[in-house]
Design a protein around this ligand. Sequence first.
Ligand code: F6R
Length: 590
Amino acid sequence: MCGIFGYVGTKQAGPLLLEGLKKLEYRGYDSCGIGTFDDGQLHVRKGVGKIDEVEKTEKISGVPGTTGLSHSRWATHGGVTSTNAHPHTDCQKSIAVVHNGIIENYQELKKELQTKGHRFTSQTDTEIIAHLIESQAAGTLAEKVRAATLQLHGSFALLVISTNDPHTLVAVRNESPMAIGLGVNEFFAASDVMPFLEHTKNAVFLEDGEMAVLTKAGVTFMDVKNGTILSKLAKTLDWDSQSATKMGHPHFMIKEILEQPAAIKNALVQDPEKLDRFVTLLKQHADVKFVACGTSRHAALVGRYAMNQLSGKSAEVYIASEFSYFADQCTKDTLIVAVSQSGETADVLVGLRKAKAKGAKIASLVNVAGSSIDRESDVCLYLNCGPEIAVASTKAFTAQLSVLYLLAYTLAGQKNAGIAHLKEVARHAADRLPKWQTQTQKLAESWTQHEHVYFLGRGVNFPVALEGALKLKEISYIHAEGMPAGELKHGTLALIEKNTPVILINPHDYTFSDTLSNGMETKARGAKLIGLSDSANEAYDEYIALPKMPELFYPLVAVLPLQLLAYHAAVLRKNDPDRPRNLAKSVTVR
Ligand code: F6R
C-alpha cells in the first residue's frame, strides 16, 4: 500500500508535498517522511505516526528546495520505526527513494550489495533500491534507475531524486499505481491523482514497465525494458478537488455516509454505449464470475442476487484473494466482473490477469477512472460517487449496488423501471438519514461494554449482515460476525449469552418470518434483539425502522443505519473512523 507523492517545479516542495501527502494518508499512516534536493544536497525528515503528528514533532515540511518526494507508510517489511520510514538513502546520502509495493528479491540483492560494501540502516526492502541505484555505472539518474529497476522483482511504484541530477524526479511503475500530473512549469507524480488535483487536472497514468523523468521543463516517458521514449496521452480529470475535503464534517466517513442519496442517483448516470456493451457481455457469456474483496465483494453478492432474480442469469462470486486458485477454470466463455472502489486492489488485478490469459473477457465497476482495473478491462462502468477518502467504504458500496441494480434491470429489459425504483430509494434514504443518525448514536452509547455483536440476514439481506459486521469491526474494533440467519444454529449460537447484541436485518419481505424465528432463537438464549425492518415486532428490544420499498432494494437502505452505528461506536470509543488501525484503503499488495 503506502502513498507516494513527488514534485518538481518552482514552488517550495515541502509544504506542497505535506498537503498532498495528507490526501494519500488513507493508503497507510504508520509513519511518513519528506525528502528534497537543495543547494547541492538532500534533506530528509521522517518519523513515526500520522502525518500531522510527525509534522508537529519533526517539521517534515520544513525541508528546503523545489524538488522533492514524500511517503506515507503502511509497513510490510520492517517494523514501524523512524529508521524504516521513507525516504531511504544510499551510502553517500546522494540518492533518496520512496516506494510503494514489495521487492520480492530484496534479500538476495541486499546480500550482493553488502558483499560490495554497502551499509544498510533499515530493515526495509526499499533501502536496497537506493543502494542498487548507487551501485550502477555512470549515467544519468534516469539511466541508473532504469538499470536498477531491471533487477527488481515484485510490485513497485518508485520515486527517486539525486544530488547528481538536480531538479529531476524519476518515477517508475510496476504493478503499483502511478499517476503523473502535468502542470505549467511544475510536474507531479503520485500514487493517485488526489494530491495534485488542486494544481492540475491533466494526468498521464503509467502502465507496468513504464517510467517518467520529470524536470521543470517537462516530462519524458520511457519503456523500462528497452529505454525507448514513449508518447502518452494525457487524460483530463473531472473530479473536483473540493470533494476531497471534509466540508465541515468532523470526519470523511460521516460526510461520505451522508452523501449516499446523491451517490445512488449519480451512479445511474452511465454512458449508454458502455452500459449496453456490459450487458451484451453478460448475455454472451454463460460463465459469469464476480471477483472482488471486502465491501466490494458484499456489493457483488447483492448484484448476483439481483441479476438472478430479475433475469434468471446466474453467476458466482469469488473472494479475489482465493480466485487465483480457480482462475485456471476460466475459458473464452467466462466473463469476469471485477468490482473495486479503488480499481487498484492487487488480488483483483492478479485474478483478472490470470482469467484474461485463459481467454476470459473483463467487465468492471470502479470508482477511480484511469485506475489499473479500468485500463485492463474490456468495458468499465464508473461509480461516479467522487473520491472516497475514509478507509471504511460506504458511499462506494451504495454506488456499486446502484450500478449493479441498473445492470440487472437493463439485462432484464426493464432499465427505465429500475432507474425509477432507484431514484425512489435515494429519496427514502435522504428522508430517513437524520432519524437514523440520532437513533444509532443512542444505540452505540449503550454498547460501550459489548465486545461481540452478531448480524443476521437471509437472501438478499445476507450480504448486508456481512457488511454491517465488517464496518463495525474495522472502525470500532468490536468483534462482529455477519451470517445467514439460518446458519446460526449450526455453531455460532453457542456464543450467544445474556445481553449479546444481535442485529436482525429483517425487512417484511420473503425472508421475514424465517429470519424472525432465528432472532427468537437468540432471544431465548438472552440476546438483545435489534430489528432493522419496515415492520415493528414485539420481539425487538430495539427497532430501527426502514421505509417500505420493493423487496430487492432493502440492502440499499438497510446498510445506512449499520454504517452510522459503526461510525458512532468508533467515535464513542475514541477511535479515528477515517484511519482505523492496521488498515489502509487501497490494498495494492497481496
Ligand atoms: C471495507 C473496505 C475494504 C475494501 C476492499 C476492496 O470498508 O473498504 O474491505 O472494500 O479492500 O477495496 P476496493 O473496493 O478498492 O477493491
